[in-house]
Design a protein around this ligand. Structure first.
Ligand SMILES: Cc1cc2nc3c(=O)[nH]c(=O)nc-3n(C[C@H](O)[C@H](O)[C@H](O)COP(=O)(O)OP(=O)(O)OC[C@H]3O[C@@H](n4cnc5c(N)ncnc54)[C@H](O)[C@@H]3O)c2cc1C
Ligand SMILES: NC(=O)c1ccc[n+]([C@@H]2O[C@H](COP(=O)([O-])OP(=O)(O)OC[C@H]3O[C@@H](n4cnc5c(N)ncnc54)[C@H](O)[C@@H]3O)[C@@H](O)[C@H]2O)c1
Length: 457
């Protein structure tokens, strides 16, 4: 056994920069990774999915251009689309490897598990350190369904290895992955059916977000099946799913996107006193400390909101804490987005969430058809909503559904980080004609101005 300064388990989005920084400071750092360097985000998450959606949404927008008087002949070279996705993934992955190597991190390509207090074994290597950081992420949670096991179903792991476009795609799950990848393949040409066990898509969002997305997906030709479960799966070259309402659906491909489970099974945490919650996530306190001193956990495995920028920010905060700064993980404004078309850009609380916390809150909503830019570009789906505290006038949250709202929502992120009031937004003079000019217009609804609120509308 060797003694080192720090051990990082998992090359996730927080673990890599932390290992690099510590190594650059001259510490002896060992990083264990059992799979490809860069974790879910680079290998089977954000990077390949967004490169894939760049192609898919280009097709969607080309088809939609007919309403502008333009007709395109769309010819999808699926194999070229996926080759490009894989080459971007490869280049990101190589970049990570070089970064770790040049910083002097000792990378061990093996599955790691605890073999004693702050002692970790992976492959032939056993190391002990005063500092251990767990950044092992999550994997697909596969439901137990009669006949599913052993069939060649897709998850986000093998989706990006597809070489041919499946003529028909069945998707289980109406969350982020099911909607992004389902709409993506539909736009590239697969006849797609999405099976949802509840009564709406993205069920953590407000109902009108779900309705807007459902309408947009239907316009892409996607079949939506609500309030049904998959009871049986048969695969004989083709997948046949029997649903709880008796209906049968068939497809050449089945994507299972029904949630995630933490990668903690292999860790043998009992050997070092790290406790897990009832679902297997690592329990941490406000400062990322597990129940074992000297061992920290960051990112998805610590049940942080499962986004790359959160894992990255966990690293920045943990680094501050390790350097003696008085930081916690709780005082941050977190946003996220769904990269469907329309996109859903979100930050902070919804009206219902604010009211449940006892805040006297109010929400205003501006439909996208009140924004000149949207009319000029014939963009029909969406709305902008802001939630404010009526006592303090502070902005509490925003939901933006529409064109590239993942970009636009940063206006709210910054305003909220600055603890700004809605009056600041109301006073702002945004450029005409932009989607962004809808934001002060939204704020002006709070002073009672009638719609339309944008110039030329
Ligand atoms: C399809 C998809 C699309 C996504 N799109 C987005 C997006 O657009 N934007 C966004 O912000 N987020 C997105 N996410 C979420 C994002 O990928 C994760 O939140 C992000 O990767 C953070 O992960 P992490 O740092 O916790 O660990 P991960 O990136 O999951 O990395 C964990 C690493 O630990 C390794 N590991 C696990 N156990 C062990 C062990 N015992 N020993 C050694 N190594 C181990 C794993 O192999 C993995 O490489 C997406 C996720 C998916 C699945
Ligand atoms: N744009 C992004 O930032 C992005 C994109 C993809 C994934 N992610 C991250 O990855 C996480 C996981 O995504 P996900 O889509 O797997 O999970 P999710 O939790 O978003 O959605 C899973 C869906 O599957 C449904 N479901 C569960 N069991 C089912 C069953 N047996 N049959 C049918 N439906 C079932 C759930 O009701 C839910 O709607 C997300 O929560 C997110 O944090 C982020």
């Amino acid at each position: 056994m060797q003694n080192v300064d720090a051990i990082v388990i998992g090359s996730g989005q927080g673990g890599i920069p932390l290992a690099v920084d510590l190594a650059k400071e001259g510490r002896n750092v060992v990083l264990f990774e059992r799979d490809s360097l860069g974790g879910s985000c680079i290998n089977y998450g954000c990077t390949p999915s967004k490169a894939f959606l760049a192609a898919a949404h280009t097709v969607g927008r080309a088809r939609k251009a007919e309403s502008l008087g333009i007709r395109f002949q769309v010819d999808v070279d699926f194999s070229a689309v996926m080759e490009r996705v894989r080459s971007i993934r490869h280049s990101f992955n190589q970049g990570i490897q070089k970064r770790l190597e040049s910083a002097g991190v000792n990378v061990i390509c093996a599955e790691a598990s605890f073999s004693g207090e702050r002692t970790v074994t992976g492959g032939e290597v056993t190391v002990q350190a005063p500092l251990v950081v767990i950044n092992t992420g999550t994997s697909s949670l596969i439901p137990e369904i009669n006949g599913l096991e052993g069939t060649p179903y897709l998850t986000n792991r093998n989706f990006f290895d597809l070489k041919e476009l499946p003529p028909r795609l069945l998707v289980m799950g109406g969350g982020y992955i099911g909607l992004e990848l389902g709409q993506g393949l539909a736009r590239l040409g697969s006849k797609t059916e999405i099976i949802v066990r509840g009564d709406r898509l993205l069920d953590r969002e407000e109902p009108d977000v779900s309705e807007t997305l459902a309408e947009a997906l239907r316009q892409d030709g996607i079949g939506l099946h609500f309030n049904v479960k998959v009871e049986k799966v048969v695969h004989d070259g083709i997948f046949t799913l029997t649903l709880s309402n008796g209906e049968q659906l068939q497809g050449e491909a089945l994507l299972v996107a029904t949630g995630r489970k933490p990668n903690t099974n292999a860790l043998n945490v009992a050997a070092t006193g790290v406790e897990l919650d009832e679902k297997g996530y690592v329990k941490i306190d406000d400062r990322f400390q597990t129940t074992c001193s000297g061992i920290y956990a960051i990112g998805d495995v610590a049940k942080q909101p499962a986004f790359t920028h959160v894992s990255w920010e966990d690293y920045r905060r943990l680094k501050g804490i390790l350097c003696g700064e008085n930081r916690t993980r709780n005082d941050r404004v977190l946003g996220y987005a769904t990269y469907t078309e329309p996109q859903v850009g979100r930050v902070g609380m919804t009206l219902e969430q604010a009211q449940k916390q006892g805040i006297k809150a109010r929400a205003v909503t501006l439909p996208i058809n009140q924004i000149a830019r949207a009319i000029e570009w014939d963009y029909k789906f969406g709305f902008y909503r802001m939630v404010v505290d009526e006592d303090t006038d502070k902005i509490l949250g925003a939901t933006l559904v529409g064109y590239e709202t993942a970009e636009l929502v940063h206006v709210f992120l910054s305003l909220m980080e600055a603890k700004a009031t809605w009056q600041l937004l109301e006073q702002s003079v945004h450029i005409h004609p932009t989607y962004g000019e809808g934001l002060p217009s939204l704020a002006r609804l709070l002073v009672g101005e009638d719609m339309p609120t944008c110039p030329n509308k």
